[in-house]
Design a protein around this ligand. Sequence first.
Ligand code: EPU
Length: 448
Amino acid sequence: MDAFRIQGGSRLSGRIAIDGSKNASLPLMAAALLTDQPITLRGVPALADIGNMSRLLGELGVTVHGLHGTITLQSTDESPTHARYEMVKTMRASICVLGPVLARRGRASVAMPGGCVFGERPVDLHLRGLEALGARIELRGGDIVAQADRLVGTTIFLGGPFGSTVLGTANVMSAATLARGRTVIESAACEPEIADLAELLNAMGARITGAGTPRLIIDGVDELGPADHRVIPDRIVASTYAVAAAITNGDVTLNDFPYDNLLAVIDRLSQMGVRVERHHPDEDPRRCTVQVTTQRVLRPVMITTQPYPGYPTDLQAQMMALLCLAEGNSMIAEKIYPERFMHVAELARMGAQLFRQGPTVMIQGVKRLVGAPVMASDLRGSACLVLAGLAAEGTTTVSRVYHLDRGYARMEETLNALGAKIERFNADVPEPADQPVPMPAQLVEIFR
Ligand code: EPU
């Protein structure tokens, strides 16, 4: 398994561009199941999860040309309807094929995703939404089996105990494009990834209004056609690199930065004393150039994660690394996944002062972090540990970086291009230091 060895203390500077969004790409790829016409997606990132989704779509009769960058997908065999557990367990986002397969093929069976390291992750809202459209749903042998001759539009309230659901909205909205009549989704997710999906679906001939707001109106059509679509930049990757600049007291320019989709993050960063400045006001604020610099001293802040446009849960761990070095006490309340704190114990190994009580962590700023061996157990937690390693004194090794590879394309190369010192190595091969040290010759003599 690959690991990172990070020599902390380098100040990052330079310029990088932000890739297309993973969390937008996955449901966009699944939308190809809604038609037998080709769908071209541009700016798809080179990530393990994109490969996983391509494999799953391949099993569902979709031909996928290209691995990343520009990919073309075409549903050429519409008979398969089963997403196997072996596929779903590698990637929870596989659930987003459920709505499209059901709407187009009349039947879908998708293995029920299990929980994950940051808690139970139910799909009840996905199922409730599809049932409201007329699907008959049962659980059979660990699979969600959904059937309907043709879905029928209705009004659906899709909010849950933690607010809206992103992939649930993607599933129900995608399915409703082919339903008979009008569907209204209330308490829909407003995330930019949903607006991006609606843009693709409309380009395919769907009739969706209200994307990006909590009320979506979808007038069903009989068929969808081909489309060519550019994926939005990844707001979580963009803001992770902004935090990397801040935590190293650097000066980094980010191209293709989705400024308008990151207002809650930019607000917190500016409260801390991190400047995220646009130098070309005429550029599209959804894809523009920003310069990230700091005022050296970081001020503490309060953060509560919320559905969009609130502060994103997917940037909670990374910001915690930065707050460890603020002058004073900060607070993070996690309102989407109250258990998403595996990075807390690992940061503590690096000298962070963290006090957790339920879904809240108090962060007492320290003067410095110190390098240590740490282990990642999820994607964003891994990013947090890499960021901490960049700022720490000495060497940090982050193991199991396969988590990181799911959401950041060759992160070490990107950061090294900005001046970081990160080496990827295979942690299964013993390091020279770990190998048995030969007994000195004099001792060999004594024991002979
Ligand atoms: N929830 C329910 N019932 C449901 C679905 C969700 O109660 O049927 C709850 C969840 O347990 C959670 C909240 O609602 O408390 C929000 O979950 P949501 O459904 O929005 O999450 P998701 O769609 O499965 C996407 C991202 C996650 C991101 C969340 C929240 C993708 C592929 N995944 O997941 O991204 O954390 O939205 O913004 O888009 C990541 O990229 O690291 C990641 C985990």
